[in-house]
Design a protein around this ligand. Sequence first.
Ligand code: PRP
Length: 215
Amino acid sequence: MITLALSKGRIFDETLPLLAAAGIEVLEDPEKSRKLILATNQAGVRVVLVRASDVPTYVQYGGADMGVTGKDTLMESGSQGLYQPLDLQIAKCRVSVAVRADFDYASAVKQGSRLKVATKYVAIAREFFAAKGVHVDLIKLYGSMELAPLTGLADAIVDLVSTGNTLKANHLVEVEHIIDISSRLVVNQAALKLKQEPIRAIIDAFAAAVQKRNP
Ligand code: PRP
């Protein structure tokens, strides 16, 4: 049995065509069911639904043989012991710094002010501001980061930006682009040795599909 860990939403939706290229069809719609283990048309392959930030943990400890997870998650939580054979070029977005439209970020940074930064990406933010020599107080949040500058909790946020609609709707502006993000295929190293043939077949089919879509 091969177990693939996915998170609901964009990663699940954008992984389906890659699975199809490997001849794998998920038999249930996660939006219509509360099931966490989904069967596929192949008796030897199943999908487990986990939180995006838990995908590396499942794969690292063998709760899943492989998984799809954002580079943001891998950067934040570490990727020790994970084989990362492919950039799937899906769920593309970026990690950016954003502030209220009326906040003078450039001056705050130039004057060496201490910035209050709210984010769920504490490690990414710490490293980014340290490299710039900007002093920051980091406030860990788990969601709705955009609210922090609006309520006075923070001066800035570090968050994912895709279309930019969420920032716009909350009168925030992007002031720094930290890094481009896409999703990666991650594989448990022991599983790769023990179940080499079926795992290699999936990696090769995914690679061919990615190559076809991004020539
Ligand atoms: C992400 C991110 C932003 C939004 C950006 O949230 O945290 O809020 O998407 O997308 P946009 O630029 O296209 O508006 P998501 O909906 O993934 O939920 P999260 O808060 O759990 O991360």
